[in-house]
Every structure is written in C-alpha cells, then in structure tokens.
Design a protein around this ligand. Structure first.
Ligand code: SAH
Length: 247
C-alpha cells in the first residue's frame, strides 16, 4: 500500500526536494510513498491569483486568505478523504514521534504549508485541520516543516529501513533519548571507547545502554524525563497518579 503525501503549498517545486534522494528517494521510486504537491495559488479566484491580504487590525506582513485556503483544503479532502490534514504552524501542538508513528500507519497525510504571517484563523474553525509545530523556532515557510514531517513518516514505512527492528531503538520511541554510539578506531586522540562495549557481554552492554539512556535523558531533557517517570508511576488501571502525600 502506498503512503500518499499531499502538500498544499505556494512552492510545489520544493517537493520532493531532499526527499527525492537517499532512503526516502528510493522509497519514492519503489512506490512505497507518493508525493503530490498542490499549488494553493490555483485556488485563487481573481485575475491576479491573489492568495494573501493585509492583517485585520494592522501590523506587518500578509495573511493567507481563508476562502482560498478552504478551496485548496476541500480539493485535498476530495482527493484523499481518509488522510488527516496537518497545518504547519508554530502555534500548533509540538510534533511527537508517537504522532509520526500513527501517521505512518495510516493511508497518508495532507500537509498545509503557511507563508508570510500564516493562516487566517477561521480555516481551523471551519475545516478538520490539526495544527502542528516542528519546534519552538520560526521558519520562513511551512515547506521545510513538511519535509521534516514527511521524512520522519517515510522512514517508518514497511521496507524503507534496512533492519526491521531499528526504528524501535531510536530516541523517543520509549520516551527516552537513545544511548550514545561509538565505532572504530578504538582509540582516537587519546580517547577510548567505553570498555563495556568491547567486552562482548551482551547483558552488560544492554544494562550500560539503558543506564546511559536514562542518565542522558535526565540531564539533557528534564521535560522528557519527567514525563517518562510520570508514565511509570501511573498505574495501568488509569487510577489517580500517586502524589508525595499518598506515599
Ligand atoms: N507569524 C507566525 C509565523 C509565520 S512563519 C507566528 O509568529 O506564529 C510562516 C510559516 O512558516 C507559518 O505559517 C508556518 O507554516 C511555517 N512555520 C514557521 N515556523 C514553524 C514551526 N516551528 N513549525 C511548523 N511550521 C512553521
């Protein structure tokens, strides 16, 4: 089954772009996924093909018009009715690996790319659109965000990555950062590889990796660590999480 990516954009020539090479490029050639960029401007109705206008209330920049966006979204819905529509916006919910994995098991995704100051807010009230952010940064357009999201989905599609299991060992899959890696040379500029990794003792290696994943997550990403610990404390029944007072 082909994972269908539909991208609503003012710059269709940006797709597949970097997703046309390497792992994603091979998968595209093999038909594992398909890439259909759609020009938002084609849904403009005036002779200048206008897609934007000045912000209500004043201020800098331009805003994508809701009527043009709605026509483009409706077209996308007709072409790919079962796929969720995700709008790229810094105001959206931060993307997670869990959401990426869900998307990758579905029929595909329609991605709405913003430009200028972004979208007229009414599009989100009137159409089933999930607002998603690629992190607390501001890009000049939704296209690089779309490429990033698609890359994350594509590598999880069946047959795309070499070792079938490798996808599950990565950072975030179990709520932790991954442990650090090393390879030859065994000594470089006086620095060696942790002895345990050269011991051949698989149980010890697994224990070391687990420990490092936990330590590094606690130190580097206290936010992830807190969620991980919270999930562990949560009884499977869904009962109230224990507070310090309860213990
Ligand atoms: N005025 C907006 C930023 C607009 S940037 C604000 O301050 O929230 C122009 C477009 O780039 C956005 O509409 C969105 O599609 C895209 N974009 C910018 N940063 C992004 C991010 N962190 N995640 C996803 N999309 C982003």
């Amino acid at each position: 089954m082909t994972f269908r990516a539909q991208i609503l954009t003012l710059y269709p020539e940006m797709f597949p772009g970097p997703l046309g090479v390497s792992i994603a490029g091979r998968a595209l050639e093999e038909g594992v996924w398909s890439c259909s960029p759609i020009q938002i401007r084609d849904f403009a109705t005036d002779k200048h093909r206008t897609v934007d206008d000045t912000p209500a209330g004043g201020g800098a920049g331009m805003v994508l018009r809701v009527d043009v966006l709605a026509s483009a979204v409706d077209h996308a819905l007709t072409a790919l009715p079962d796929a969720p529509i995700l709008a790229m916006t810094p105001r959206g919910a931060p993307i997670t690996q869990a959401r990426v994995r869900e998307l990758a098991t579905g029929p595909g995704v329609t991605i709405l790319c913003g430009r200028f100051e972004g979208f007229d807010e009414r599009i989100f009230e009137a159409r089933p659109i999930e607002e998603v952010s690629m992190g607390d940064i501001v890009l000049s357009g939704g296209e690089p965000a779309a490429l990033m999201l698609l890359d994350a989905c594509i590598r999880l599609l069946p047959g795309v990555m070499g070792a079938a299991s490798s996808g599950f060992e990565e950072s975030f899959e179990n709520g932790l950062l991954e442990y650090p890696h090393y390879t030859r040379p065994a000594e470089w500029e006086g620095r060696t590889i942790p002895e345990v990794l050269r011991s051949g003792d698989h149980a010890k290696i697994a224990a070391w990796r687990k420990q490092r994943a936990e330590d590094d997550t606690r130190l580097r990403r206290p936010d992830l660590w807190e969620r991980h610990e919270g999930a562990r404390d949560q009884p499977a029944s869904g009962a109230r999480r224990k507070t310090k007072k309860d213990k």
